[in-house]
Design a protein around this ligand. Structure first.
Ligand SMILES: Nc1ncnc2c1ncn2[C@@H]1O[C@H](COP(=O)(O)OP(=O)(O)OP(=O)(O)O)[C@@H](O)[C@H]1O
Ligand SMILES: Cc1ncsc1CCO
Length: 154
């Protein structure tokens, strides 16, 4: 199997790259995404996949430079399965343009996080964030993405 993109939290990417033997915590992460930067680059080079690490900053790398997606709200972590959901969004973006999987991944992650920010503007906690987040993703437009986008090179 040669996946185009591997998305995990910091602990998962470190475990996959075998860069660390530290404890992991199942579906949640003990490590911050930036702790997994070197592991992500190593895994990208050994697997040939684009690596996306979710966390306070989402990281996207193909093994050399990286992109950091800095939008979002921490309460997204309190909704179980947002990790799987953002992975599904990445898959959908890559399916539209498979020859540009890096750009597709670097678009899907910040868009997911921007929808989280917009959902949080209307939410009172994780349950209402889940609802408002899905509504925000559904209603998202180019102007909202352009005005909110926070990405940097790493
Ligand atoms: N500290 C944070 N601040 C803002 N957004 C975050 C933070 N940590 C994670 N996220 C966002 O939350 C979503 C889920 O990422 P997370 O790292 O929690 O995945 P996961 O551990 O695989 O989750 P799951 O519980 O679904 O298995 C992603 O969109 C990610 O960008
Ligand atoms: C914990 C969990 N529940 C549904 S999917 C999933 C893992 C990734 O989000």
């Amino acid at each position: 199997m040669r996946p185009s993109v591997i998305r995990g939290n910091g602990s998962e990417i470190i475990a996959l790259s075998k860069a660390s033997v530290g404890a992991t915590k199942g579906v949640d992460s003990f490590h911050e995404s930036m702790d997994a930067m070197e592991a992500a680059k190593t895994l990208a080079q050994s697997s040939g996949a684009i690596i996306a690490v979710s966390g306070a900053v989402d990281i996207i790398t193909y093994g050399h430079q990286g992109v950091g997606a800095r939008n979002g709200v921490p309460m997204m972590q309190k909704i179980t399965a947002t990790g799987c959901a953002v992975t599904a969004l990445v898959a959908a973006f890559v399916a539209v343009d498979p020859l540009h999987a890096l750009e597709a991944t670097a678009s899907a992650l910040p868009i997911f996080r921007i929808a989280g920010e917009m959902g949080m503007d209307m939410a009172n906690g994780p349950a209402s964030l889940r609802m408002h987040f899905i509504d925000s993703l559904y209603n998202l437009d180019q102007a909202s993405v352009s005005s909110r986008l926070k990405i940097t090179s790493l």
